[in-house]
Design a protein around this ligand. Sequence first.
Ligand SMILES: [Zn+2]
Length: 265
Amino acid sequence: MQYEGNINKMRAEQANPVKYFLPIGENEIEMNQLIGKKIKMNFAGQINCIKCGKKTKTSFHQGFCFNCLQTAPEASESVIRPELSKSQFGIARDLEWAKKHDLADHIVYLAVSSEIKVGVTRFSQIPTRWIDQGASFAIKLATTPNRHIAGVIEVFLKNYFTDKTNWRTMLKNEVAENVNLQEEKQKVIHLLPTELRKYINPDSNTTIIEYPVQQFPQKVKSVGFDKIPTIEGVLKGIKGQYLIFENDDVLNMRKHNGYFLQFLY
Ligand SMILES: [Zn+2]
């Protein structure tokens, strides 16, 4: 089979294991069926901005041209740093966009992809966000009415937890053992200042996520289309937004949003 088109980050469906689909042009490739098989991807140098569609030499912030990086609401500062969201004061790059995205319910969570980390996402992005990070376990901590408050809680909790995913450790599947997220959540409730405790989410279930991986890499070797125009090999699994190949190469698909690829299997 052969497909051609601009790719976007893989769409994930929660299942045991997670089901992945790669959007390419007008199509979507069912990725799980390719595990154990040889795949080949060619990049001839064309990148189209995922916002405006224009050709761009360089992709900024996972898929934007330079102009959209500076103007698109999807590339606002508050996307990376939720506490900087000012939508609640009516200040945003695009207020209509902000109403749907920043002024919607948000979740502060703890997730374990290698060690415990704290994170923030829009309510509707659960569990997609956890899957994109390659988390094995996750628990909801708080529900807030906007992005800013979620960010304030996250900033407070960064005193106790990291907010970064160690993607190499995540890909090797070196997941912290003996972590009890329900206990961690109880600790968080005691740590939080009183005025933030009212946002605690009552759902104390731990979500367990399993990925379609036959073999985890021993030594992670990251590859990308900017340096290697043809990437091919036997696909051994998918975790987070990474394809894992037989020779321990790993490819971050999300980093290549907007890249025009030829995909063969
Ligand atoms: Zn653009």
